[in-house]
Design a protein around this ligand. Structure first.
Ligand code: ARG
Length: 582
């Protein structure tokens, strides 16, 4: 019960911070107690008395404000002010018990579908295909995927778009190198199994040989003019590079498929039209022979206006031009009502300019929501962006190998008796889950420290902890011979911890709503972690299978079953596989 009210009060405190009633950095310490006298309600808190001073108001006035802002919950029968400013809360446990019964009977676990479903384009992963996916692509890929899954679950129509970098001058260099490899009698396919090495060699050739560099530049021109030999070579390169990405997606249990790839090159033919549209809207200025859009909102140093360049002096188009074409397409052809970009926060300015220009040009209307869901950098122990020991970028595939191997060791140490094959599977699931969860559970916009030691551990807010909690619930059903049977009947909430567990379980829908709104999938992680914690105390304090009273035993089984289902569904929305034992 306390935990339930705590969550509601935490949300209220956030609201008070947002509107400036209390300082944003305040971390109030307040109490929630059970009043001795039932006439004073089921729970009481001194929050208003604690916050009155920083809010510069009287406790009773603030208490009124808090009650008004307390998120609506049918569980709260009423809340009243008492004495100098206590808030007494009266709960309705019967309502809560009924919610648990209903959620269990509902395949959606009591989570309502969105009232007005939207068509949402989710732009995520989007690596540059010239190189192999590296650790920088991890966040976009898994955060975007969790968001796409959550939105679909809530009934939105999700269109995934993998806006890969498959165009531009680097490809000239790569194609020239492919040509040479082939002339040397080797198969480019073999050579490209190490895409990173291939890129390095091409770059070395480009920097050291004038004829090679000339050939590379010539190939770019031919590629752009649609020369068929060049296109074929390029296509071959892309196929190999995309198959590397697909391997990573499959390993990561990410939903992206080949059909979701709509890369930069896709918009090629539309770029002249985009520039013409900008011209027609009166937005173009020629500055040092380049075509630019200047908007008053964007000023650089010394208040100098900041351009968004859309066509270079030599006629070439840029990243921004392609992105404008993409918005135009997503609105006109894909009918997007909301477009989400999961891209590094360091590209914030690009997206601010992009959205402003797209609206001015009419590529998106006021009704189209354009949202940059920026994320921070993955840092190493040294406080700098995460690198290999020798200072190179960390290939995603290598990172996943290491995670699987470390998780395998951990699991083997815990369960030496399990057969080798099962250990390998558990190690794989735990390793990938650890990497994903460590990322998903962090605040999206901040940087975070990458540490195998922290993420692959049974202690703390980690994937192994959650997966283990799930196996524990699952084992109750295995032991009780109750697999796959949906339980019906009455839920009884007699013990404090049963009440807490039920209170947490019914918050699932609300948590998902918050994720869908702002992409804060860390709320979902926090929720699942809290749920596992409450379940642990429940499991310790309330015997389930050994409970002698059949009605209570049945009710506890129902609570356990809903916990298992919510954990399973929640982890699935994060793209994390569960295990039946580990
Ligand atoms: N390929 C870009 C990069 O690696 C990310 C593209 C993100 N999506 C977009 N529509 N700009 O930085």
């Amino acid at each position: 019960m306390k935990a339930f009210l705590q969550t509601l009060l935490d949300q209220t405190i956030d609201l008070l911070k947002q509107d400036g009633t209390i300082p944003a950095d305040l971390q109030p310490r307040f109490q929630i107690d059970h009043p001795k006298d039932k006439a004073h309600g089921d729970l009481a808190t001194n929050l208003a008395m604690v916050l009155a001073k920083p809010a510069r108001t009287s406790p009773r006035l603030l208490a009124e404000n808090i009650i008004a802002r307390l998120p609506k919950s049918a569980l709260i029968r009423k809340a009243e002010i008492a004495g100098p400013g206590f808030i007494n809360v009266f709960l309705d446990p019967l309502w809560l018990a009924i919610q648990v019964e209903r959620s269990l009977a509902d395949p959606r676990l009591g989570v309502p579908l969105a009232e007005s479903p939207q068509r949402v384009v989710v732009d995520y992963s989007s690596p540059n295909l010239a190189k192999e996916m590296h650790v920088g692509h991890l966040r976009s890929t898994i955060i975007g995927d969790a968001m796409a899954r959550t939105l679909s679950f809530l009934g939105h129509q999700v269109v995934r778009q993998n806006h890969v970098g498959d165009w531009g001058t680097q490809f000239g260099m790569l194609l020239a190198h492919m040509e040479e490899v082939r002339q040397g009698g080797k198969s480019p396919k073999m050579q490209l199994s190490d895409l990173e090495g291939f890129y390095r060699q091409a770059k070395e050739r480009f920097d050291s040989s004038e004829p090679f560099a000339d050939r590379a530049r010539q190939l770019v021109v031919e590629l752009q003019s649609g020369d068929s030999y060049c296109r074929k070579l390029w296509q071959e390169f892309l196929e190999i590079s995309l198959s590397h990405c697909q391997q990573v997606y499959d390993r990561l249990n990410v939903l992206l498929e080949r059909d979701d790839v709509v890369g930069e090159s896709f918009y090629n033919d539309e770029l002249p039209q985009v520039v013409a549209d900008l011209e027609e809207a009166g937005l173009l200025t020629v500055d040092q022979e380049a075509k630019c859009v200047f908007l008053d909102e964007f000023k650089g140093q010394d208040d100098a206006p900041l351009p968004m360049i859309v066509q270079k002096k030599d006629g070439g188009y840029l990243y921004a031009t392609t992105d404008l074409a993409a918005i135009r397409y997503r609105k006109r052809v894909l009918n997007a009502e909301r477009i989400l970009y999961f891209v590094d926060v360091r590209q914030s300015l690009h997206f601010q300019q992009l959205f402003a220009v797209a609206r001015k040009a009419g590529f998106a209307t006021e009704a189209t929501s354009l949202e940059h869901m920026g994320f921070g950098t993955v840092m190493g122990d040294d406080g700098k962006p995460f690198k290999t020991r020798s200072g190179g970028t960390v290939k995603l595939a290598d990172l996943l190998d290491e995670a699987e191997q470390r998780a395998g060791q951990l699991v083997r140490a815990k369960n030496p008796e399990l057969p080798e094959e099962e250990l390998a599977k558990i190690g794989r699931v735990v390793g990938i889950a650890s990497v994903k969860y460590a990322d998903l559970s962090k605040n999206r916009s901040s940087d975070y420290l990458f540490s195998f030691d922290h993420m692959i551990s049974f202690e703390g807010d980690t994937a192994p902890y959650l997966l283990y909690a799930y196996t524990r619930v699952a084992s109750i059903f295995r032991k009780g011979g109750l697999d796959n049977q949906v339980l019906t009947g009455n839920v009884l909430l007699n013990e404090e911890v049963e009440f807490d567990l039920a209170g947490k379980l019914v918050q699932f829908g609300e948590v998902l709503g918050r994720v869908a709104e702002r992409g804060y999938r860390d709320y979902l992680c926090g929720y699942l972690y809290d749920l596992s914690g409450i379940f642990s105390s429940f499991y310790k304090n309330c015997p389930v299978l050994t409970c002698e009273d059949p009605a209570i035993r049945h009710s506890r089984l129902m609570l356990s079953q809903l916990t298992a289902k919510v954990l399973h569904q929640g982890l699935d929305l994060l793209g994390i596989e569960t295990l039946e034992r580990m």
